[in-house]
Design a protein around this ligand. Structure first.
Ligand code: G3H
Ligand code: 13P
Ligand code: NA
Ligand code: ZN
Length: 324
């Protein structure tokens, strides 16, 4: 069945790689994730946001994720290492509901709360979750950008002085930190970037000094990076030349993520890149084959493109291939 993140993260830290956490809310995304993970023999975290759960229906999602384990075995993956994880849980009740409905891991995101309230809420979720061997991700620091209803204008980097107290008092199993990543396809404003010789935008580097300071305080503790899509320019270009409009979309360069994956960062969250792959593929079919109206004829290519993207992340960025 589904597994929690405990052993998975311990292995990833020792091995110097990161486990991909891919968001899904529909069948094609799930098929592409499972196929990529099975063929790469990569541990994988299936990640569901509150919005995704409302979109897809909690019961359907539960059985889809369980079905994913069976599907992985059919694909020849003998011992699938698959986690079903709640992304950005915003209340004890939502986390409890997911734990009661088959999730093997949850995130409680109290990062927007005052510190003591974040500690109290996270601790409450951990106490409930651990009774069922469900692992819990907490968060310290605020990412710029939008996540569900909450939005922040600027990053508040994680304060390394808080992490020992937070980990000890909450008992959380992993910690999401803020070092300059952000959610969505517009991670940096053009004025925050420089330009290379060809005029391409080059974003500022992540705050690896903050990551180093956190790792020094919590040696061997699993660290999580949200907002880690790279916003591949090829997808943005296809979208923009096939009727879309994503001006100045920009993500985290892959070399920054490669570097992070070698550290105690053992979970890297990717959602936007999958959305871009899907949208680019669908737009292309609509423009090139305007007579198609069978959803399989555009969602099929979209699924193939996502599978390719997931395999690339696993092999060329996170290094989790062959680890499960
Ligand atoms: O962190 C946000 C994830 O990309 C999920 O986004 O809330 O639109 O499903 P969502
Ligand atoms: P991206 O928007 O960069 O894909 O981040 C996803 C994420 O952090 C989900 O929690
Ligand atoms: Na790592
Ligand atoms: Zn996130």
């Amino acid at each position: 069945g589904l597994v929690n993140t405990r052993e998975m993260f311990a292995k990833a830290i020792k091995g110097g790689y990161a486990v991909p956490a891919f968001n899904f809310n529909n069948m094609e995304q799930l098929q592409a994730i499972v196929k990529a993970a099975a063929e790469e023999k990569s541990p994988v975290i299936l990640q569901v946001s509150k919005g995704a759960r409302n979109y897809a229906n909690a019961t359907l999602l539960r059985y889809m994720a369980q079905g994913a384990v069976e599907y992985a075995k059919e694909l020849g993956w003998e011992n699938p290492q698959i986690v079903l994880h709640l992304d950005h849980g915003d209340s004890f009740e939502l986390c409890k509901n997911c734990i009661d409905n088959g999730f093997s891991s949850v995130m409680i995101d109290g990062s927007h709360l005052p510190y003591e309230e974040n500690v109290a809420l996270t601790k409450k979720v951990v106490e409930y979750a651990h009774q069922f061997d469900v692992t819990v991700e907490g968060e310290l620091g605020i990412l710029a950008g939008v996540e569900d209803e909450v939005s922040a204008e600027h990053h508040t980097y994680t304060d390394p002085e808080e992490v020992i107290d937070f980990a000890q008092r909450t008992g959380c199993d992993s910690l999401a930190i803020s070092i300059g990543t952000s959610h969505g396809a517009y991670k940096f404003k053009p004025e925050q970037c420089t330009r290379d010789a060809s005029g391409k935008l080059v974003p500022p580097p992540l705050a690896f000094d903050v990551l180093d300071a956190v790792m020094e305080k919590l040696p061997g503790f699993p660290i999580v990076l949200h907002g880690s899509s790279s916003v591949p320019q090829e997808y943005v270009d296809i979208i923009n030349t096939h009727g879309g409009k994503l001006p100045d979309a920009i993500g985290i360069p892959e070399d920054q993520l490669r570097k992070a994956a070698k550290s105690a960062v053992c979970k890297i969250n990717i959602d936007s890149d999958s959305r871009l792959a899907m949208t680019a593929a669908v737009r292309k079919v609509f423009v090139e084959k305007p007579a198609e109206f069978d959803p399989r004829k555009y969602l099929g290519p979209a699924r193939d493109e996502m599978e390719k993207l997931y395999k690339h992340k696993i092999e060329a960025v996170l290094g989790s291939n062959g680890k499960a």
